[in-house]
Design a protein around this ligand. Sequence first.
Ligand SMILES: NC(=O)c1ccc[n+]([C@@H]2O[C@H](COP(=O)([O-])OP(=O)(O)OC[C@H]3O[C@@H](n4cnc5c(N)ncnc54)[C@H](OP(=O)(O)O)[C@@H]3O)[C@@H](O)[C@H]2O)c1
Length: 286
Amino acid sequence: MARPSRPLGMDHMEINHIDANDIHDAGGASTLRIAVAGGTGTLGRHVVDELRARGHNVRVLSRSSAEYPVDLSTGEGLEAALAGCDVVVDAANSVSPRTMRATLVDGTKHLVAAERAAGVAHHVCVSIVGCDRVPMPYYKVKVAQENAVMAGPVPWTIVRATQFHELIAGVFTATVRARVLLASRNVIMQPMAAVEAARAVADAAEADPRHGRIEAAGPERTDLHTLAATWRATTARRAALVPAPIPGRMGRALRAGHLASTHPDARGVVGFAEWLGERSPGGHVA
Ligand SMILES: NC(=O)c1ccc[n+]([C@@H]2O[C@H](COP(=O)([O-])OP(=O)(O)OC[C@H]3O[C@@H](n4cnc5c(N)ncnc54)[C@H](OP(=O)(O)O)[C@@H]3O)[C@@H](O)[C@H]2O)c1
């Protein structure tokens, strides 16, 4: 696609220009300068790789980034990091109750304000399928983040993804130490590989702002029990599968399949078993 069209109400700003050091831009107008906030994370690193493979000029922004250190919760470093950028992908994250709001909601406000000042034409926010329907504190923060994006001054697209295989494997790895795996048949899920979610995010970053949401999901609608049994069989770890019923509104939301996507805009092809197998040709995940 061409560079994103100019944001509404930003006619007074100049279109970002290509500088002489930007070797990718020398060849064609479709090359974008894209900042990926959280570009060192589980999803963000794949977004960075995917966008670079497509020929874009990509900046990695995070607190630990050597080139573009930023702290979204304070806005520190954003002015320099966003100078000259066409598009910003926000793949930053925090799941800590202490910092999640500062990172995701205040962080979005700092980010879009800095984007506006820099003349960024498109903000791509990564969010979660069903975050507005599953009553978890973290998901409430994600909804507030989406609201900050929608109320912000920069044209936007929200890409909602389902849980990553990486997250599910990480939860099982953490709990297997106690020889148990949470394995409710009533928790409906449709997980996907982060690398496949990253392709959907990269597609969104290349396209014009939607002012709307896109959903990306895995290939299989399944349940936590099946995922736990698959993980146990593949890793050959010893653990009991514990149904662990989830009560109340949360249980109803999970049983209703609100974490899954019936008609996703982008559907991955790599299921959990295949993903686990790919990580270990012998079928055993470390
Ligand atoms: N994990 C899932 O299953 C899943 C599923 C669907 C959607 N999502 C969404 O995908 C996005 C990325 O999630 P993830 O799991 O890939 O996250 P992650 O692996 O935890 O990575 C978080 C990234 O954010 C950066 N970061 C954290 N705090 C920051 C701050 N104050 N300022 C700047 N950067 C900061 C981290 O780098 P530093 O520590 O160096 O700052 C890191 O690069 C989130 O929006 C999440 O809601 C995740």
